[in-house]
Design a protein around this ligand. Structure first.
Ligand SMILES: *Cc1c(COP(=O)(O)O)cnc(C)c1O
Length: 401
């Protein structure tokens, strides 16, 4: 979680600007705020870095996904293709805008594959909520081809891949809308926060209103503003935005350090027999927040994990069984356990979530062990990690021989 590693004076300075005025609200109060507009500055910084025409900051990555879906026109009864490997927020957002998740298979990029998407398209498919997982990126040429062929609306959940790019374009900019998370674990954090990006003015206007009770934000009398649409409160506070602003400015430095550390790790681990890496659709566009090891089979990966645990080596994720990012763990979806009735319970699920055909996902996630990369690692720490991976990977491979 690199963002938090570099928390320092810059963040404190930005927060202090807000505390000096006491205006924690992002809108209005023009005469009291001494021209301090942190949410706006944060958004401008994201636009500059991502290369988007518009950015809109909200209260979390989860609300950013919901806003991105709504702003792209995805809602009740729409079938939306989603991956079975993602942070659960993606699926929750689809469900809570009233849409119907349709799970498709992934490939070694750890993201949805065009082939997997094609297999689950129906006349009711409205769009795809594509997730760029573990700091990498989906294979965008083939995915854009399916979208164009079937006229599907693409929304990108780049929650954990801000900064990653594909052939020179940042992830989040391929779809009608895209979004990033700034929670505590991401490449840049503001505690809790998220940002939606788009190049589509209409989608931006919709997002801007949707995330603030439908307000059009025109004029300087909030009470008399117009409300072109219904919305809700997904606003970010000025305090959170202030931290996000300081963190955003550090992302290029973090990415450079991450990539340097990852290149070193890969150079020392690439010759281990039976061990490979997840595929990067564009190796030069990695945000490098994760080192993603791919073992030859699930048993070897499980042996590696057991061996690492036994030796007390931490810092890795075995998503297949030990995290909440894979569908095998999502019993609440399979059993449709909800606090109150969702649209999907009235309309009917488009798939039997207990009997999905996602063989590649079962295979790839079973073989995947990911290490979060730190931008502040020393060479000594890197060498210790390399040694540990070597010892336990060799042991795991030997056990299978
Ligand atoms: C972290 C994450 C989210 C949710 O973000 P929060 O800020 O924690 O709400 C959504 N999607 C993906 C892919 C994520 O990694």
């Amino acid at each position: 979680m690199p963002g938090t590693e570099l928390f320092g004076l810059e963040e404190k300075k930005e927060i202090n600007d807000v505390l000096e005025t006491g205006i924690l609200f992002r809108y209005n109060h023009d005469h009291l705020r001494n021209n301090i507009w942190k949410a706006k500055e944060f958004e401008a910084e994201v636009c500059k870095f991502i290369g988007s025409n518009y950015a809109h900051a909200v209260s979390s990555g989860s609300t950013a996904v919901a806003t991105a879906l709504a702003a792209a026109g995805i809602g009740a009864g729409d079938e939306v293709i989603v991956p079975p490997f993602t942070y659960i927020a993606t699926i929750e957002a689809v469900l809570f805008v009233g849409a119907l998740p349709v799970f498709a298979d992934i490939d070694e990029t750890l993201c949805l594959s065009a082939e997997g998407i094609r297999k689950v398209i129906t006349p009711k498919t409205k769009g795809i909520c594509l997730v760029h997982m573990c700091g990498g990126m989906a294979d965008m040429d083939s995915i854009m081809e399916v979208c164009n062929e079937h006229n599907l609306t693409l929304v990108e959940d780049a929650g954990q891949a801000m900064g990653a790019s594909y052939k020179g374009t940042k992830v989040g900019l391929f779809g009608k809308t895209g979004c990033y998370s700034f929670d505590f674990f991401k490449i840049a954090t503001c505690g809790e926060g998220g940002v939606l990006v788009t190049n589509d003015e209409k989608a931006y206007r919709a997002a801007d209103s949707y995330a603030d009770h439908g307000h059009d934000h025109i004029g300087n009398n909030r009470g008399m503003e117009n409300h072109p649409i219904l919305g809700f409160n997904y606003r970010i506070s000025e305090l959170h935005a202030a931290i996000g602003l300081a963190q955003m400015r550090k992302v290029p430095t973090i990415m450079e350090a991450n990539n340097k550390n990852k290149a070193y790790l890969v150079s020392k681990l690439k010759d281990i027999e039976g061990l490979g890496f997840a595929k990067l659709a564009d190796p030069s566009g990695d945000s490098a927040t994760f080192l993603n090891l791919l073992f030859q089979d699930q048993e070897t990966a499980a042996n590696f994990v057991a061996s690492m645990n036994e030796a007390g080596v931490g810092g890795f994720n075995y998503w297949f069984t030990n995290m909440y990012h894979f569908i095998n763990q999502w019993n609440h979806i399979k059993e449709m356990k909800t606090a109150s009735k969702l649209a999907i319970e009235v309309l009917g699920a488009p798939q039997d979530y207990n009997n999905l055909s996602i063989p590649n996902a079962q295979n790839v996630i079973g073989r995947l062990v990911s290490f979060g990369i730190r931008c502040t690692w020393t060479t000594e720490e890197l060498d210790t990690l390399i040694e540990n991976i070597k010892i336990h990977a060799n042991k795991a491979v030997m056990q299978m021989a």
